[in-house]
Design a protein around this ligand. Structure first.
Ligand SMILES: Nc1ncnc2c1ncn2[C@@H]1O[C@H](COP(=O)(O)OP(=O)(O)OP(=O)(O)O)[C@@H](O)[C@H]1O
Ligand SMILES: [Mg+2]
Length: 158
């Protein structure tokens, strides 16, 4: 697992960091975003979507659970983005009901998942992680840790 820690001191910086991060994403990738309520996960996703030139308004899928956006790679190839927020999901049944399994394994989309703690077992073995931590003193400061998670050799994913 490789990690890289960045500092953001404003909403705009977090968006810019999301945009920069997005250049490494390929079709089928999953990004799991971690952090408390209001940490800035959705702001980071806005940055990712801006890299892919998404024209729809990117808002929190708290109630819709899964939002779908249309974007393009810099070379002009189309890409679908699923923006998922599992905060309100409380059971396996609800996960199935909203179609999370199909969504997370879709090969023709990039998946951006907030509160993926609720479905850790359904994430593919290899996925990007974004941890956003607030600062105890400064309101607008965030520590953003980027990682790429893979299962250790020999481990099996349930
Ligand atoms: N450096 C920063 N980076 C990101 N957001 C910031 C920063 N400083 C202040 N903010 C504010 O923090 C809030 C972050 O909200 P956001 O919806 O992105 O959080 P979230 O992590 O997605 O929360 P939730 O779990 O509720 O979905 C926004 O109101 C934003 O303006
Ligand atoms: Mg959010």
């Amino acid at each position: 697992m490789t990690t890289e820690t960045l500092r953001s001191d404003s909403e705009d910086t977090t968006i810019a960091l999301g945009k920069e991060f997005a250049s490494r994403l390929r079709l089928g990738d999953v990004v799991a975003l971690y952090g408390d309520l209001g940490a800035g996960k959705t702001e980071f996703v806005k940055g990712i979507c801006s890299y892919f030139e998404v024209e729809q308004l990117v808002t929190s899928p708290t109630f819709t659970i899964i939002n779908q956006y249309d974007g393009v790679f810099p070379d002009g190839d189309a890409v679908k983005l699923y923006h998922v927020d599992l905060y309100r999901i409380d059971s396996q049944e609800e996960l199935a009901e909203v179609g999370f399994d199909d969504c997370v394994f879709a090969h023709d989309a990039i998946k951006l998942v907030e509160w993926s703690e609720k479905a850790e077992h359904l994430l593919p073995a290899a996925h990007y992680t974004v941890h956003i931590a607030t600062d105890a003193i400064e309101d607008t400061v965030r520590q953003i840790t980027l990682g790429y998670q893979t299962l250790p050799i020999g481990a099996t994913k349930l």
